[in-house]
Design a protein around this ligand. Structure first.
Ligand code: ZN
Length: 124
């Protein structure tokens, strides 16, 4: 479905700079400001855009990876949100034999490491 876009004015949430943006019909003031913020070039807006883009990429990945498993998907989304919002430094999810560690490295990249317990010990 193609959504029709209209020219509208929004204001950056950080520097308050107004700009003309293309917005979907019926967008409210908050949505217009959000769009303007996503196009603004001030430092705070750039930081915000970076964070929002990262969030989107990460959620797309989670959505794909866990499309068959609602519960794990929910856990991952919650973990990623907490890390992106700096509420947690690292989150570990243990599911069956798998261990997933989600954290943000020093370059500000959100990383998800999954490992499977492969140790095997047999005694007789
Ligand atoms: Zn701005």
């Amino acid at each position: 479905m193609k959504q029709e876009l209209f020219e509208a004015k929004g204001f950056c949430k950080f520097c308050d700079q107004g700009r003309m943006i293309k917005a979907p019909a019926g967008a409210n003031e908050d949505e217009l400001n959000e769009l303007a913020t996503m196009e603004c070039t001030c430092d705070k807006a750039k930081h915000y855009q970076n964070k929002e883009n990262k969030k989107k990429q990460c959620f797309d990945w989670i959505e794909n990876r866990w499309s068959q498993d609602e519960e794990t998907k929910r856990l991952f989304i919650q973990a990623a949100c907490n890390i992106i919002e700096y509420k947690a430094k690292q989150v570990t999810i243990v599911k069956g034999e798998w261990k997933h560690v989600i954290d943000m490295n020093n370059d500000g990249l959100l990383t998800i490491k999954s490992s499977k317990k492969v140790d095997e010990e047999v005694s007789f």
